[in-house]
Design a protein around this ligand. Structure first.
Ligand code: ZN
Length: 75
């Protein structure tokens, strides 16, 4: 077998040119060999992972926080 062929890390089959491939930690897999789960977004602060967030679009503070937790409440 051609040593240069890139093989799937799961099934060890070389990739066909039209295979769908996913890369995980620099390892290559057939898309059909792995199960993919969308995990949403992960927030980082100064390079430290804070965790996953669902509201990646951001949300108005007043929708999340009580009035007394906000800087200014409109009259
Ligand atoms: Zn595979």
């Amino acid at each position: 077998m051609n040593e240069k062929l890139k093989c799937c890390n799961a099934c060890d089959d070389p990739f066909h040119w039209e295979d769908e491939v996913v890369i995980v930690d620099d390892e290559h897999y057939h898309k059909d060999c792995v199960e993919l789960y969308p995990t949403g977004y992960v927030a980082f602060l100064d390079g430290n992972c804070l965790g996953e967030t669902e509201n990646d679009d951001g949300q108005s503070a007043y929708e999340i926080l009580d009035d007394e937790e906000l800087l200014e409440v409109p009259e």
